[in-house]
Design a protein around this ligand. Structure first.
Ligand SMILES: Nc1ncnc2c1ncn2[C@@H]1O[C@H](COP(=O)(O)OP(=O)(O)O)[C@@H](O)[C@H]1O
Ligand SMILES: [Mg+2]
Length: 103
């Protein structure tokens, strides 16, 4: 299952995403939360903490500035641009997914 959350700034995207992700994970689902927002604060709402959230955001900025390469596969993407958050949610802070693998 894939759930996308979109909307205006301040409409509750981040809060809703975090609640949905943590609730699904607590019920035993494998959850990867992907933060593509220009204001990437999902790590805070997921309970990852400010330092780890900043670290992921900095890694995405390195990519945006051409200082690192896109991940060639999904597994590498969630490894390099991701971190384990509470309740078993894996958070990845990314720009966009190009050529997604089926499934
Ligand atoms: N269901 C809700 N009821 C009341 N306040 C909410 C609700 N969802 C989010 N908020 C509050 O609204 C503000 C914006 O929410 P946020 O999730 O950061 O929005 P977005 O990610 O769309 O910019 C935050 O202060 C948040 O605590
Ligand atoms: Mg937000």
């Amino acid at each position: 299952m894939r759930v996308a959350v979109v909307g205006k700034g301040g409409s509750g995207k981040t809060t809703t995403s975090a609640v949905v992700a943590r609730t699904l994970a607590r019920h035993g689902h494998r959850v990867v939360a992907v933060d593509c927002d220009s204001n990437p604060t999902l790590g805070i709402s997921l309970g990852l903490g400010a330092d780890d959230t900043e670290r992921l955001v900095a890694r995405r900025e390195e990519l945006d500035e051409g200082e690192s390469e896109h991940a060639p596969s999904w597994d590498e993407l969630i490894d390099r641009f991701g971190s384990d958050a509470p309740d078993g949610v894996r958070l990845a802070v990314v720009t966009r997914i190009q050529n997604p693998e089926p499934g």
